[in-house]
Write a protein that binds this ligand. Structure first.
Ligand code: NAD
Length: 315
């Protein structure tokens, strides 16, 4: 019996072709409804999903027997019932490496956009206004950049920002092997969180959302920051207490923020109020939205599944 994979969300076709070349039968049904999926999931050995498809216990139980693996082309796995998958012996993969460059580049783009008020300049030009005198910017060179969460994305941000001659402080919980080399290459220095908060001009956040990192930047942490500091968040909205951030941006404690992620997406309530502030640049969770990142996510998802099936002698 051929190995069959169902793709339930839009993914770049590069990975689908790779699966076919490896002898896998691929059904591409992006947009499949929850009910349809529950009906057909038992006919497949694996699923490739993105964020839209919800794989609750009901779907996984309907697939149990034949379904052996799920791969998320991308990062988050919050749409998969991981407990049920484990119980049912269904392997779960994702491709977090694929969006590192895309998110790091967006982070730096947001920093530059804030520093030079690019959205405001462009908006005025489109309105036929020449507001050159009002647009006094500042330079990234020489500024202290605090990177909270120094993994794949945080380190890549450090590499780019070292070329911009920023002074880099980094904070992470652990000190894995290989870190010294990155620090040497980027000129970054590891610092305790409190020191980073007190001495950075710009703070950028790159931790995953976990029970420990939820609201890790709140009233207390913002109070420690330099007056007029700016925050960039391209990680997850819940890492920042949005109410505390809103207050600090309104009362001038913080000069600005750039946010790609919100506690509620699409934003409503406090998240929307934040996105609408004049000193905030907001983007709709586009960190990983590049052609290259999407193609790599699709290829890596295919590679992971091919390796999985080969290791079990099914391919
Ligand atoms: P990673 O796992 O390589 O790095 C995360 C870092 O955070 C690690 O250094 C880890 O030690 C550190 N960390 C974890 N918990 C911590 C804590 N409590 N205190 C301090 N440090 C802590 O992950 P990554 O690939 O760099 O991605 C980071 C995050 O970016 C992801 O978890 C995801 O939420 C987000 N992301 C967003 C987008 C987007 O579209 N905007 C796309 C991809 C990833």
């Amino acid at each position: 019996m051929p190995v069959r994979v169902l793709v339930t969300d839009p993914v770049d076709e590069a990975g689908l072709r790779a699966l076919e070349r490896a002898g896998v039968e691929v059904d591409y049904r992006p947009g499949i409804s929850h009910e349809e999926l529950r009906d057909v999931v038992g006919q497949y050995d694996a699923l490739i999903i993105r964020g839209r498809t919800k794989l609750g216990r009901d779907v996984l139980e309907a697939g149990a027997g034949r379904l052996k693996a799920i791969c998320r082309a991308g990062v988050g796995l919050d749409n998969v019932d991981l407990g049920a998958a484990e119980e049912l012996n269904i392997a779960v993969f994702n491709t977090p490496e694929a969006s590192t460059e895309a998110v790091a580049e967006l982070t730096v783009a947001l920093m530059l956009a804030l520093a030079r008020a690019i959205p405001r300049a462009d908006g005025a030009m489109k309105d036929g206004l020449w507001i050159k005198r009002e647009l006094m910017g500042w330079e990234l060179a020489g500024k202290a950049l605090g990177i909270i969460g120094f993994g794949r994305i945080g380190q890549r941000v450090a590499e780019i920002c070292s070329a911009l001659r920023m002074r880099i402080l980094a904070y992470r919980r652990t000190r894995p092997p290989g870190l010294e080399e990155v620090l040497k290459r980027t000129g970054a220095r590891m610092a305790p969180l409190e020191e980073l908060l007190r001495s950075s001009d710009i703070i950028t956040i790159h931790v995953p959302l976990t029970p420990q990192t939820r609201h890790m930047i709140g009233e207390r942490e913002i109070a420690m920051m330099k007056d007029g500091a700016i925050i960039i968040n391209t990680s997850r909205g819940g890492v920042i207490d949005e109410e505390a951030l809103l207050r600090a941006l309104k009362n001038g404690k913080l000069a600005g923020a750039a946010l790609d992620v919100f506690e509620e997406e699409p934003p409503r309530g406090v998240s929307l109020e934040l996105a609408r502030l004049p000193n905030v640049i907001a983007t709709p969770h586009i960190g990983g939205q590049t052609k290259e990142a999407q193609e790599m996510a699709s290829r890596m998802a295919a590679e992971k599944l091919i390796e999985f099936f080969r290791s079990r002698g099914l391919l």
